[in-house]
Design a protein. Sequence first.
Length: 262
Amino acid sequence: MTEQLKQIDQHVVQWLMQMKQEVPKMLADMDLQTKTSRFDLVTNVDKSIEQSFEQLLTAQFPEHQLYGEEAHHDTEKLREGYTWVLDPIDGTANLVKQQDDFCIILALFYNGEPVLSYIYDYPRQKLFQAIKGEGVYLNGTLLSPPPIMALKDSMISFNNKVLNDETMHDLLDASFGYRLIGACGLDSAKVFTGQFGMHIHTNAKPWDIGAQFLFAEMLGLKMTNFHQEPIDFIHGGPFIISNPGCYEQTLEILLQKGGYEK
Ligand code: NAP
Ligand code: CA
Ligand code: CA
């Protein structure tokens, strides 16, 4: 299995490097078009990236299924054989407003289990890569699990529009500090490296969190819903990815005053 995964991985890394060249061109073209809104134009870039990945699958792995943000149809057979989950651009608002802090999130599942995962930070050209049975890498260098961190010593990350005020302030009081990047993939990657203690998305779509399953598993992080239950990769939903040292206290605070909306 590992050898087969490594072969698939080589094709995917090659494709990501191709996107590294093409996405800046697509974005430059986007600037030239003025008639539609910038959000619509980004949606077109999303679609082009997803179509490009679909072409790679058709050419190299025709039996693989694609469950992407832009074209998700049938969900019945996604637990059978190979299924890719793709968010071609995560952090769309950041791209439009800041031209920074956006990424691709890509993951392969085999019979419902995660086996390959990628988060690629386009502007910083940082590739987080996980190969089941092999290792987790940042730009080719092995990434070790982060140290265990207590909540009081950790930066934490969540959308402040969807937590109630009291819960939010309880979390802020219990932690070292708060930062939000605004792209679920990049906020999650900060937990991989120990820069954040945890990230919460109260209404994550499957493509926001597809890659995080394998990174969490291989880096010894917690990734569950808010009742410490596994998340279904086909449905997504309330999501926490956390350093094990922050996890229980965060959930206790999050739930004790019924503190969030979907
Ligand atoms: P944002 O700053 O534009 O994006 C932050 C992250 O949320 C990105 O990963 C983004 O993925 C994703 N996202 C964007 N729209 C979303 C949506 N409608 N539902 C779920 N995830 C979404 O967005 P935001 O301020 O967090 O939220 C955008 C909308 O979702 C708002 O109306 C917000 O109230 C609602 N919402 C967000 C959360 C949360 O925990 N972040 C929870 C519940 C509801 P893309 O860049 O790929 O779109
Ligand atoms: Ca997303
Ligand atoms: Ca997206």
